[in-house]
Structure formats: structure tokens, C-alpha cells
Design a protein around this ligand. Structure first.
Ligand code: GLN
Length: 447
């Protein structure tokens, strides 16, 4: 039975309206209009008439973009991000903006000024972050597909916690034009869905070259071409360091079970060592906070969104930043400024960049011998809302298996691999630079 785009979008809007998981920061008032246009234009292709949720840090023309921060309340971008232009052209319907940690800073979507997104599997638990709304909306069937962004795990973590599929593309594979920067040398926009096929179809649309992002690389796309090829002869590397202290026993077991299934399908595995992994987390947070302190300097009440009153510009700018940034954002701006300041720059920032190179070399060495790496996405299943909010360090620690991938810039996909006490667990499949095709194929054969 074929339905019109208008019917499809209307039925998804109804589902969103009935839900109480707080996955959206706003709904597009023109969603039905967009769908009618798709119907009348007779657009063909896999995304024609498909409703999509967009993380609220991706610029959408005429539709509020707040990064879930009070400082951007009321900001409506005058232009579309590259990925949005591509989606519209493919006939996708931008149905709304999804909730996130403020400016992408978090692992649970609890730092959002709109409150946390609830995990559809257990509403007392977090959806993961920072793209929690994008993952929860997909998992709850409120949209078939969504976009998130991944600076240090923000697509893969919520995908794992919500039982969805999420891809962090190779750095440079997807244009960041129109993505509000948190830590620009680490992040990529990435797709989420319930099936690998849909993630690949989204990549075909958004993963095209764009000269407005100077770090975007011309490459051969074709993300869906080899999806059905199977994993016979695939060489899997299992990095010991990703199964260390703090990684839940059940999670480890489910990931090993998954690797067993790959063996049954004709793949083989070897253990590999990535000795610089233990230093990645600290290096990531120094680099991410340093870049954030610079990127967020533009929010001073002058140009975008919301402002506080002050008797002169200086008072207005400082009161705006004091009152409208949340606690976690301020903590990171302060720590990042400290790490970059004269006298400490060499000790922290430069040291972190050196570690980054070593982490990258670990990946390059591993991929001389294997096609993909497999590891747990997150150390545990979704935790309780509020459980880690008073202890930022314990939240940072849960990024231990996702941040090395961003430091290196390689692609990685999280795909569901079972349940631990009723909560979904994610398997992470990491690939070589611009070899999304292989990890998509592997993840697809495992579904
Ligand atoms: N949790 C990590 C952080 O807070 C990653 C966030 C992200 O990928 N945007 O920086």
C-alpha cells in the first residue's frame, strides 16, 4: 500500500504529540506543507516524504535552532546547513528539532535547558547524549530516521542506550557547514535509524562534497552499494584496552557473543593492542574544552538569540553569558581557557595534541592487519536520570570507548547487540578512514 507523504507525516506527528519522552525541542509548523510539496513534485528516491528529526545544533532555515541552550532561545537561522539542503532536495520532511545536551556537552541529554530526554525502554533512565532526542525519537518510532552530531560519542552513545543504529562518519566525510561548533576538529554530523540500511541511505544523501567546509574531503561515496556483501573473510581486530576496568561484565559478554556470530558468518578475529588508549580520554577533554572555549566566544548577546540587560556592552555581554549558559558549559569554557592560557598551553593543550597523534598511530597500525575493530560502545547500559549529574568526572569516564575514535577521525558505527537486564547494549564497529562501506556492511550482516 502506498501512502502520500502527507499521510505519513501526519501519522508521525500524531505519535510525537502523544509521547512524553521529551525528544523534541520544537516541531516544524510547516511539516505538513513540506509533505504536500513532496507529493505534488513527485520526488523519487529513498527519502522522499520521509520525516526526519534534526539535532538542535544543525541550522535549519526558518526553524528555531537553540543547541538546547537558553542563550540561543528565539534564534532562527537565516540559512540551511549543507546536510539540510541535501535532505530537502531528496524530499525528506524536516519534522522538528531534537533535544540534546547544551551545545553537545554531555553524555545523557541532562544538561539541556529543556530537561532530559527519557529513554523509551525505561523512562527513569537517560537516553544517552548528547544526541539523546535524535536516538530516543527513532527508538520510540516517532521518526524513522534522524541526524545527530558526534564530537566524542554523541551519536553512538545514545544509539547504544536506546537500541538504535548510529554512525559517526570519517572526519571530513560530511560537511559541517551549518553545524554549530562545539569542538570542530573532532565532530561530524551522523545519521541514526533503527536499521543499518536507513543509516546508509542517509549517508548517500548527506555525505557529498561541500566547499563551504574547508575540512570536507572529496571521496567516493556509495554507502549502500556493498551493504549486502556479507562478512566472509572479514578480519576483525579486538582491542584489549576497550575491555578494561569499568566495562560492565554483561556488556563485555554481549560483545564477545556478537564477535562469535561474526565468526559463524565467516569472519575471523585477532586480538590487537592499542597501547595509547588509556590516555585518550584526558587528551579528548583538554582538546574539546579548549576548542569550546574559543567556539563559544561568539555567544555574547550581540548577534544571536537571547540577551540579558546591562548598562553598557560589557555588562550586557558578561551578564548574558553568566545567566544564559548552563553550569556544564561554563565549566568547560573556564577549563578550556585555562588549558590554552600562557604558561599552561604547553603543559596541557600541546601535550594533548601529542597524545592525539599517538592515538591516531594506534589506529593506523591496527588497520595494517585488520579490516575493522570491534568493542563495546558504552561501558554500561543507560544509567538512571540524575545518577551522575553531581559528578561530572564519572560522566566523562563513560566516554572512554568512544572518544579515541574522534581523536583519530576514523568512522565508527554502534549497532544493537542484545539486552542487559532489559536495557539495550551497543556493539561498536570501527573502520579505517573513509571505509564506511565495510563497517556498514558488517553491521548490516549482524542485524
Ligand atoms: N560526552 C562527550 C562530551 O561531553 C561527547 C559529546 C559529543 O560527542 N558531543 O564532550
Amino acid at each position: 500500500v502506498s501512502s502520500s507523504a502527507e499521510e505519513v507525516v501526519a501519522s508521525y506527528l500524531e505519535r510525537i504529540e502523544k509521547s512524553n519522552i521529551n525528544a523534541f525541542t520544537c516541531i516544524a509548523e510547516d511539516a505538513i506543507e513540506q509533505a504536500k510539496k513532496v507529493d505534488s513534485l513527485d520526488i523519487e528516491g529513498p527519502l522522499a516524504g520521509v520525516p526526519i528529526a534534526i539535532k538542535d545544533n544543525i541550522s535549519t532555515k526558518g526553524l528555531s535552532t537553540t543547541c538546547s541552550s537558553a542563550i540561543l532561545e528565539g534564534y532562527v537561522p537565516p540559512y540551511d546547513a549543507h546536510v539540510i539542503e541535501r535532505l530537502r532536495k531528496a524530499g525528506a520532511v524536516i519534522i522538528g528539532k531534537s533535544n540534546m545536551d547544551e551545545f553537545g556537552m554531555g553524555t545523557s541529554t541532562e544538561t539541556s535547558t529543556y530537561g532530559p530526554t527519557l529513554n523509551p525502554w525505561d523512562t527513569e533512565r537517560v537516553a544517552g547524549g548528547s544526541s539523546g532526542g535524535s536516538a530516543a525519537a527513532v527508538a520510540a518510532g516517532q521518526v524513522p530516521v534522524s541526524l545527530g552530531s558526534d564530537t566524542g560519542g554523541s551519536v553512538r552513545c545514545p544509539a547504544a542506550f536506546c537500541g538504535a543504529v548510529g554512525l559517526k562518519p570519517t572526519y571530513g566525510a560530511v560537511s559541517r557547514y551549518g553545524l554549530v561548533s562545539y569542538a570542530n576538529s573532532l565532530e561530524q554530523i551522523g545519521p541514526l535509524a533503527n536499521r543499518v540500511e536507513d543509516v546508509a541511505a542517509l549517508m548517500d544523501v548527506i555525505g557529498t562534497y561541500d566547499n563551504r567546509d574547508s575540512t570536507c574531503v572529496k571521496h567516493n561515496a556509495g554507502y549502500t552499494d556493498t551493504l549486502q556483501d556479507g562478512v566472509d573473510g572479514l578480519k576483525i581486530g579486538v582491542p584489549d584496552e576497550y575491555f578494561g576496568e569499568g566495562i560492565d561484565d554483561n556488556v563485555q559478554k554481549l560483545v564477545w557473543d556478537a564477535i562469535g556470530k561474526f565468526e559463524d558468518m565467516g569472519a575471523e578475529y585477532t586480538k590487537v593492542s592499542m597501547p595509547n588508549t588509556p590516555y585518550a580520554l584526558a587528551a579528548y577533554y583538554i582538546i574539546a574544552m579548549s576548542e569550546a572555549s574559543s567556539n563559544l566566544a561568539r555567544f555574547d548577546g550581540t548577534r544571536y538569540g537571547n540577551r540579558s540587560e546591562g548598562e553598557n556592552w560589557h555588562m550586557m555581554a558578561s551578564k548574558t553569558r553568566q545567566e544564559k549558559f548552563g553550569a556544564e558549559v561554563k565549566r568547560r569554557i573556564l577549563l578550556g581557557t585555562y588549558a590554552l592560557s600562557a604558561g599552561y598551553h604547553d603543559k596541557y593543550y600541546l601535550k594533548a595534541l601529542k597524545v592525539r597523534t599517538l592515538v591516531k598511530q594506534d589506529f593506523e597500525r591496527a588497520f595494517e592487519d585488520v579490516d575493522v575493530l570491534m568493542a563495546p560502545t558504552m561501558p554500561t547500559p543507560a544509567f538512571k536520570i540524575g545518577e551522575k549529574m553531581d559528578d561530572p568526572l564519572s560522566l566523562y569516564l563513560s566516554d572512554v570507548n568512544t572518544v579515541p575514535i574522534n581523536l583519530a577521525g576514523v568512522p565508527s558505527i554502534s549497532v544493537p547487540c542484545g539486552f542487559s537486564e532489559g536495557l539495550p547494549v551497543g556493539l561498536q564497529v570501527i573502520g579505517n578512514y573513509f571505509d564506511e562501506a565495510t563497517i556498514l556492511k558488517a553491521a548490516h550482516s549482524f542485524e
